[in-house]
Design a binder for this molecule. Structure first.
Ligand code: ZN
Length: 141
């Protein structure tokens, strides 16, 4: 079988719609600098960012549980190239962080070094716009 390859570019534009739970999360992050999750009273799982239904038992949830701003590094990796393959100098470190009070993790930049199990604190930007980039990243404590 012969594989034919055609070089080219396909511009793709999209608009992300955060929905009810994530809208509450982003507004709390922008307006109060807090991390808003939702806790399932039926099975006890706290989701962060907030959800409007439990992914495990399908119970209806309300975004009303503040988590963090400190948490624990669950995993991390170092990116040495950007999405286009261009070398990053210096490399960027990303971590999965479970904020205190949450059972799920956030993926974001690790500002410094911390190993798995290490404690970190959220670093917020002063001029927030209801974006995940309102969070600059997590720094070791
Ligand atoms: Zn549940």
């Amino acid at each position: 079988m012969t594989v034919r390859r055609i070089e080219g570019e396909l511009p793709v534009a999209f608009r992300y719609t955060p929905g009810v739970g994530n809208t509450a999360f982003f507004e709390a992050l922008r307006d109060r600098g807090t991390f808003l999750g939702s806790r399932c009273a039926d099975c006890g799982v706290t989701y962060l960012p907030a959800r409007i239904f439990c992914e495990r038992c399908l119970a209806r949830l309300v975004p009303d549980t503040e988590c963090g701003p400190e948490g624990t590094v669950e995993s991390w990796t170092v990116a040495r190239r950007d999405i286009d393959g261009t070398p990053l100098d210096p490399p960027l470190t990303f971590a999965l962080v479970r904020l205190d009070g949450a059972d799920t993790v956030l993926l974001h930049r690790l500002l410094g070094t911390a190993d798995i199990g290490g404690r970190v604190r959220a670093v917020l930007r002063p001029d927030r716009t209801a974006s995940i980039l309102d969070l600059e990243g997590f720094e070791p404590v």
